[in-house]
Design a protein around this ligand. Structure first.
Ligand code: HEM
Length: 447
């Protein structure tokens, strides 16, 4: 069974129709030819956008000269009320300084320390499920938020503040305009981008809650009673270049992005992984066998025994990359595949299209977790696989997510069998992350 893919629009439509499609969903608004093109130029009256599918071009932007392709302000604008000057939005020296302080918290050794908290969240997620039809995105959102609260602040999602932040985040997402829209939609830069009043209000409420968490933690650190979790690690790490630490205000911006980037993305990937396993019973049986063996003695050292489950998660991130597109900007004249690109152009990197590119991948739309063992899969993993981006601006949480994903799948599959619900084939759409338009329904039964 070929996993669902949004219908692409015809190659030619009017600008008006394009904008209407765009408002509905960024993925189905794109022409089918993007799955085979190396580059596409989008012209608007005020700027140009270039969608790059050529692996050499993607490498140039993300890995070889990342400082020449900063994050685009057009995109950041929509997120600023919530994220302030978080590492996700900054550029240049400010961004480099923030990464120097944050990165050590996510290094390999630290992942081992966060394992017990992740496992507890996974077991709690499995315990929350019950037999019958279930909208699984809601469950995986809950589980991924729980992972973040437990690893960052040592509190489970049932904690009053955690539950409130989670609730507010859900409301906030409902008010969010589609993120990457600004890279394609022909509005001039000087046009004020009005944040909806509700978006600003929920952002304010979330930040107020995060301030409470962060201030309480600062007090615990001062008193020497803070737990050794990610928040403590980040708040006590000094910049190796000048010894400065984050103050509380800066930490609030970072905590906001950890919640957002860390829970929406993993929730999306876990939900799609469970759907793919529901529709591929043989793969599910193999994962369930690995899960039964692993859960008999669940330790960090034994995570490597979940190797097929890890390939399933990796293949899910290929087919349904939670971050479907990333946007950068040119700051000087560039040449892309022989074409002159002016400063101020939007450079769109699309994991969605790159991961399903018909000239790069064998059987690009098939679910085949074993593909990475083959020659084509290995080559594409190096050149055409960027679910976490690449280069110095790669996702801080990539290692974290690659532990969390297989582990949570194992926790669920050790106890539960999942099957598709008839008439409920999910339709992928891109909002903040790649979600299903009407939820992902699975039929759940005890194993
Ligand atoms: C399956 C799960 C995840 C996926 C697919 C994912 C994907 C990504 C991608 C594609 C980016 C780059 C965005 C861009 O450059 O425009 C990114 C950035 C980021 N992610 Fe993740 N992420 C995941 C999980 C996490 C987790 C668990 C955390 C933290 C706990 C996290 C924290 C961040 C941060 C802080 C950035 C900004 C890095 C920077 O700009 O320097 N992510 N993520």
């Amino acid at each position: 069974m070929i996993p669902p893919k949004p219908a692409a629009r015809p190659d030619r439509v009017s600008l008006w129709r394009y904008l209407r499609l765009f408002r509905a969903d960024i993925l189905s608004a794109q022409p089918a030819k993007l799955y085979r093109a190396w580059m596409a130029e989008f012209r608007t009256p005020f700027f140009r956008s270039y969608l790059c599918n050529d692996p050499d071009l993607v490498r140039r932007v993300l890995q070889e000269r990342p400082m020449d392709f900063p994050k685009s302000d057009r995109i950041g604008e929509g997120l600023r009320p919530l994220l302030g000057r978080s590492v996700f939005l900054t550029n240049g020296a400010e961004w480099q300084r923030q990464r120097r302080i944050i990165d050590p918290a996510f290094e390999g050794g630290r992942l081992r320390d966060t394992f017990p908290a992740m496992l507890a969240a996974g077991q709690a997620a499995a315990a929350r499920l019950s037999p019958g039809a279930c909208e699984i995105e809601a469950e995986t959102s809950h589980a991924a938020a729980d992972v973040i609260f437990r690893t960052l602040f040592s509190i489970p999602i049932e904690h009053e503040l955690a539950a409130e932040v989670f609730r507010e985040f859900r409301d906030h997402q409902r008010t969010q305009p589609i993120l990457n829209l600004a890279a394609f939609v022909p509005l001039p830069r000087w046009m004020p981008r009005l944040h909806r009043r509700r978006t600003r209000a929920t952002a304010r409420r979330i930040r107020r809650l995060i301030v409470q968490l962060t201030e309480a933690r600062a007090a615990e650190i001062a008193a020497g009673t803070a737990p050794g979790d990610l928040a403590t690690k980040i708040m006590t790490t000094a910049d190796p270049q000048n010894g400065a630490r984050f103050d509380t205000a800066e930490m609030v911006d970072q905590v906001a992005i950890f919640f957002l980037a860390g829970h929406e993305t993993s929730a999306s990937a876990l939900a799609w992984a469970l759907y793919l396993l529901a529709t591929h019973p043989e793969a599910q049986a193999r994962c369930a066998a690995e899960a039964a063996d692993f859960m008999a003695d669940p330790t960090f050292a034994r995570l490597k025994t979940l190797s097929f489950t890890r390939d399933v998660f990796r293949e899910t991130l290929r087919l349904y990359p939670p971050v479907p597109m990333m946007v950068r900007e040119t700051v000087r004249t560039e040449t892309f595949r022989g074409r002159t690109v002016a400063p101020g152009a939007q450079v769109v990197l699309s994991p969605w299209h790159l991961h399903r590119h018909t000239r790069l991948w064998d059987a690009p739309d098939d679910f085949d977790p074993e593909r990475f063992a083959g020659e084509n899969g290995r080559a594409c993993l190096r050149r055409a696989y960027i679910p976490f981006s690449a280069g110095p601006r790669v996702c801080t949480g990539a290692g974290f997510a690659m532990v969390e994903g297989p582990l949570l799948l194992a926790c669920v599959l050790a106890e539960w069998h999942v099957a598709p619900v008839e008439g409920r084939t999910p339709v992928p759409v891109a909002h903040l992350t790649v979600r299903s338009r009407d939820g992902i329904y699975l039929s759940i039964s005890p194993r």
